[in-house]
Design a protein around this ligand. Structure first.
Ligand SMILES: Nc1ncnc2c1ncn2[C@@H]1O[C@H](COP(=O)(O)OP(=O)(O)O)[C@@H](O)[C@H]1O
Ligand SMILES: [Mg+2]
Length: 255
C-alpha cells in the first residue's frame, strides 16, 4: 500500500485533474485505488460524481465530526471499477478550523485507519497547503507535484518544496518526492518549452518523461463528472495520463 499526496501550493495547476485521471488510469491497470479528497472545494468529489446536493453520501467532514468513526464507512465505490473515493464537501474547512481551536485534532488521519486492500491511495490537496494538506503529508510515502509550464509556476514550486521539506523534517521521515510532471503544456508556445527546460535543469531525474498537454477534453470530462477514460478514452489527455500512470508504477517498482 503506497500513499501519495498530489500537492502544489498554487490553485489551477491540475492537481484535481491529475488526481482523478491518474487514479482512474491506475485502477484500469488493475491497481486497487482509493482517492481521498482533502480539498473543501470538493472538485475531485464532483469530478467523480459525488455531488453533496444530492446528499446520498457522507464525506470526510462527517468522518471528522463523528466520534465513533470508522474511515471505511465513508469510502464509496465510483463508476470506474477498482477506484474508490472518500469525498469532501465545503463544510470541511469550517469544521476543521473549529475543531482545531477546540481540541487537538490537527492530525485526524491515521495511516492505520485506511483499509489495507488498496494498492494505492492518492490524496488531492487544497491550494495554500494549510494543515489539511499537512495531514496527508504526515502519513504519506510520497509527494507528487504537478507543475504548470508557465513562468509563475516556478515561484509557487519553491513554496511547495519548502512545505514538503518541513514535513519531512518534523512530521514524517518516510516522506519522499515521487517526482514532478508538467501539466497544461501548450506545445505551440515558446514559454512552455522554456519553463519545461528550466524544470528539467533544476530537478533532473525527478521530472517524469510524460508531459500532460493542454487538452480541452479534460475540462469537458470534469464537467461531465467522469474520468477522461470514461468520457473520451481516445483523447490525447487520456493517453497521457495512462502513460504517466505507467511511469509512476515503474518508479514505485510495482508491476
Ligand atoms: N491538461 C489540461 N488541459 C486543459 N485544461 C486543463 C488541464 N488540466 C487541468 N485543466 C483545467 O484547468 C482547471 C484547473 O485544473 P484543476 O485540476 O482543477 O487544478 P487544481 O486542482 O490544481 O486547482 C480546470 O478547469 C481543469 O479542467
Ligand atoms: Mg483542485
Amino acid at each position: 500500500m503506497k500513499l501519495i499526496v498530489i500537492i502544489n501550493n498554487k490553485g489551477g495547476v491540475g492537481k484535481t485533474t491529475s488526481a482523478v485521471n491518474l487514479s482512474a488510469s491506475l485502477a484500469r491497470m488493475g491497481k486497487k485505488t482509493l482517492l481521498v479528497d482533502l480539498d473543501p472545494s470538493a472538485s475531485t468529489s464532483l469530478h467523480l460524481g459525488f455531488d453533496k446536493q444530492g446528499n446520498r453520501h457522507q464525506t470526510i467532514c462527517d468522518y471528522l465530526i463523528n466520534p465513533n468513526r470508522r474511515l471505511a464507512d465513508y469510502i464509496y465505490e465510483t463508476d470506474s471499477e477498482g477506484l474508490d473515493c472518500l469525498p469532501s464537501e465545503p463544510a470541511l474547512s469550517e469544521f476543521y478550523d473549529e475543531m482545531q481551536q477546540e481540541e487537538d485534532t490537527e492530525f485526524f488521519l491515521k495511516r492505520s485507519d485506511f483499509p489495507r486492500k488498496y494498492d494505492l491511495i492518492f490524496f488531492d490537496s487544497p491550494p495554500n497547503m494549510g494543515n489539511l494538506a499537512l495531514n496527508a503529508l504526515a502519513i504519506a510515502d510520497y509527494a507528487l507535484i504537478p507543475v504548470q509550464t508557465q513562468y509563475l509556476a516556478l515561484s509557487g514550486l519553491e513554496v511547495t518544496l519548502n512545505v514538503i521539506e518541513k514535513a519531512q523534517r518534523h512530521l514524517n521521515k518516510r516522506l519522499k518526492i515521487l517526482g514532478l510532471f508538467g501539466t497544461q503544456y501548450d506545445r505551440r508556445t515558446r514559454v512552455a518549452k522554456e519553463v519545461y527546460a528550466l524544470i528539467q535543469d533544476r530537478f533532473g531525474q525527478q521530472v517524469f518523461e510524460t508531459i500532460i498537454g493542454v487538452n480541452s477534453k479534460l475540462t469537458e470530462a470534469f464537467n461531465a463528472q467522469k474520468p477522461i477514460l470514461k468520457y473520451a478514452p481516445s483523447a490525447r489527455g487520456a493517453k497521457e495520463y495512462q502513460a504517466l500512470a505507467a511511469e509512476i508504477l515503474k518508479r514505485l517498482k510495482i508491476t
